[in-house]
Design a protein around this ligand. Structure first.
Ligand code: F6R
Length: 261
């Protein structure tokens, strides 16, 4: 894994935005397939990408996007649906075609069939070129909670009490947080050609340590990223707090900067 310790959340967001920009340029008119996350972690990155769109003509006109997950039971226009969140925080402010910003349908009459359809649609689009991820305090990615199978595909999951509590900050009370979600599985996420995970704040420090330096274990679903060939983990100083080898990661980074790569 490539580990980048940024001085603060803004610098972390800028590093992740650079990775997205590289892929958008590489894919050009062939159209980059972007994997998008919701929640608070990617918001500054999205803000940075919106700024680059407005000020530097960074274009998303040929891109399409797949979200990681969606709550079951919220309407698409519910204030906390991820369908709405991504439009308000990112895609509604850039030139990506709205009909190509796709997410699992949390209102589907048959959520299991919807999960299979959504999973297949990612493959039909050629797979994700770059996936941005956040991480839960319990090590989840997407909504793959501890004990999720490393072979899992998009499916219905039940949130842990901790995740419901963590997400209650976006709702008026924890009773309103849906407990069922549709989420890309760990095997689905791992098919992305590049993955950039962003984590900021000390609340993520233990999960970051377990993901990067712990054993590959279903106890920390994000630890499966150790097996992916092209993962970058971007953290601020607070989220890097518990990393045993932080100085080594900084050293590697400084050597790369010297080499200009
Ligand atoms: C969001 C998602 C989740 C979040 C994670 C962290 O689409 O799949 O895995 O990335 O819960 O949430 P925040 O960023 O709000 O701390």
């Amino acid at each position: 894994m490539e580990i980048i310790i940024a001085k603060d959340a803004e610098q972390a967001a800028s590093v992740v935005a650079d990775r997205f920009e590289d892929v958008l340029h590489e894919r050009g008119e062939d159209g980059a397939v972007l994997g998008l996350a919701t929640g608070s972690s990617p918001v500054l990155t999205y803000r940075e990408l919106i700024a680059r769109h407005r000020e530097q003509d960074l274009s998303f006109a040929h891109a399409r996007a797949f979200l990681l997950d969606e709550y079951i039971g919220l309407t698409a226009d519910h204030e906390q649906s991820y369908h709405r969140f991504i439009r308000e925080n990112f895609t509604g402010h850039v030139d990506i075609p709205d009909e190509l910003v796709l997410s699992p349908d949390g209102e589907a009459a048959d959520p299991r069939a919807e999960a299979a359809r959504y999973d297949a649609s990612i493959g039909e689009a050629g797979g994700v070129d770059i996936q941005i991820l956040g991480i839960g305090a319990n090590g989840h990615i997407g909504f793959n909670e501890p004990s999720s199978s490393f072979g899992s595909r998009t499916r219905v999951k039940t949130l842990t009490e901790q995740t419901v509590r963590d997400n209650a900050r976006f709702f008026s009370s924890s009773d309103e947080v849906p407990i069922h979600v549709l989420t890309q599985g760990l095997a689905t996420i791992r098919e992305a050609r590049r993955i950039v995970l962003i984590a900021t704040g000390e609340g993520k420090a233990e999960a970051v340590r377990d993901m990067v330096e712990g054993p590959v274990s279903a106890a920390c679903p994000a630890s499966i990223l150790q097996m992916h060939p092209a993962v970058t983990v971007v953290v601020d100083e607070a989220a890097a707090r518990d990393l045993t080898h932080a100085d080594y990661y900084r050293f590697i980074q400084s050597q790369k900067d010297r080499l200009g790569s």
